[in-house]
Write a protein that binds this ligand. Structure first.
Ligand SMILES: Cc1cc2nc3c(=O)[nH]c(=O)nc-3n(C[C@H](O)[C@H](O)[C@H](O)COP(=O)(O)O)c2cc1C
Length: 334
């Protein structure tokens, strides 16, 4: 890749990145080959595919109570069969090998729903050489008896439990569905998180109405999905002390530029690695470089947060006014 004209270097979670385009946790980053290909294509850092808390607990065996103990036999058997090629031990090996093979930060990832037995494993992730740990906290409340406060407390307690086990920087990947996201974020940061990834894109399913079965929905995002994380990164970036990573809907350099001016330190890309192949990484880095130069920015540090601090999102009343204007304009045009 040609040397960038703008200064693309950025800091994320206390790590120095050559550029802010990070390969997001996905199937490609679950193998050494994929990790190397992402690094060669110019990724600023790489987030490994997630290991599930249940896989860790299943391998720890009966001694580990908590989530694993409640598994139906079918789930336990499935997880144990997965563990042959992909489990806690191979994962530590992947971290070690990735660290040896690439010269960009390698971030491990665990998909979890509790701060129970699995959290000891965070110290093994640290010993294996990971540069940081991303927690994909994937709570899916469906019961009417679970309150928002209980769910938020579970999230904070997971971060506290992991914080006790490791000195690694911790970043938390969240879904977008909260009533009071700024409050949730402040609880997570108070619990010890150094960064947030906004947002996780949950597995989408559709319904076959004849067969009455669930069928896969849109597996990959498009740039149209960028607007939700952009909005929240803009709102949160002037207000939070931790680093923000924007995830979902980044497919072009202009998408990445929008995330930068909204206040993100990095963007993470997954779908583009599949729909445009891994070369999408180098294309997005080059496009971002060109965008910064064409728009008079010396580097990403210069562009970061320009929109978010422009005042547009600082006032609740102003946002309400924009909303009213948008709806009334639509009514006039309709
Ligand atoms: C095939 C595939 C596998 C994924 N696996 C993981 C995973 O293991 N852990 C995780 O946190 N996110 C996973 N994701 C979610 C992505 O990291 C990302 O947050 C999401 O796809 C939104 O970003 P995008 O719009 O760039 O795809 C996966 C996404 C895809 C498409």
């Amino acid at each position: 890749m040609a040397d960038p004209a703008a200064d693309l270097r950025t800091e994320y979670l206390g790590l120095s990145l050559r550029n802010p385009v990070v390969a997001s946790s996905c199937g490609i980053t679950g193998s050494l080959t994929g990790v190397c290909r992402c690094a060669e294509a110019g990724a600023g850092a790489i987030v490994l595919q997630s290991l599930f808390e249940e896989q860790i607990v299943a391998e720890l065996g009966g001694a580990a109570a908590g989530a694993g103990a409640a598994f139906p036999e079918e789930a336990r058997a499935y997880l144990q069969s997965l563990a042959h090629g992909w489990g806690p031990q191979p994962y530590l090996k992947l971290i070690e090998n990735a660290k040896r093979a690439v010269d960009v930060p390698v971030i491990a990832s665990v998909n979890c729903t509790s701060g129970d037995a699995w959290t000891d494993y965070a110290s093994q992730i640290e010993s294996a050489g990971a540069d940081a740990l991303e927690l994909n906290i994937a709570l899916m409340p469906v019961g009417a008896d679970e309150t928002a406060d209980e769910i938020e407390e579970t999230m904070a307690s997971i971060v506290r439990a992991v914080r006790r086990q490791t000195r690694l920087p911790i970043t938390v990947k969240l879904g977008p569905y909260f009533t009071a996201l700024p409050h949730v974020v402040s609880r997570i940061v108070d619990a010890g998180a150094d960064g947030l990834v906004l947002f996780n894109r949950f597995y989408q399913f559709d319904i076959d109405p004849v067969a009455l079965t669930a069928v896969p929905g849109n597996r990959y995002s498009t740039s149209n999905e960028l607007q939700l994380p952009l909005r929240w990164v803009s709102i949160l970036s002037p207000r939070v002390s931790c680093d923000l990573s924007l995830s979902t809907g980044v497919h072009t350099g202009t998408d990445a530029a929008k995330a930068m001016v909204a206040g993100a330190r990095v963007v993470q890309i997954a779908s583009a690695l599949y729909t445009r192949k891994i070369e999408a990484l180098s294309a997005i880095v080059s496009e971002l470089d060109r965008w910064l130069c064409e728009n008079g920015y010396a580097g990403v540090g210069d562009a970061r947060g320009r929109f978010a601090t422009s005042g547009h999102y600082r006032s609740k009343d102003l946002e309400r006014l924009q909303y009213i204007k948008a709806l009334t304009r639509e009514a006039d045009e309709g």
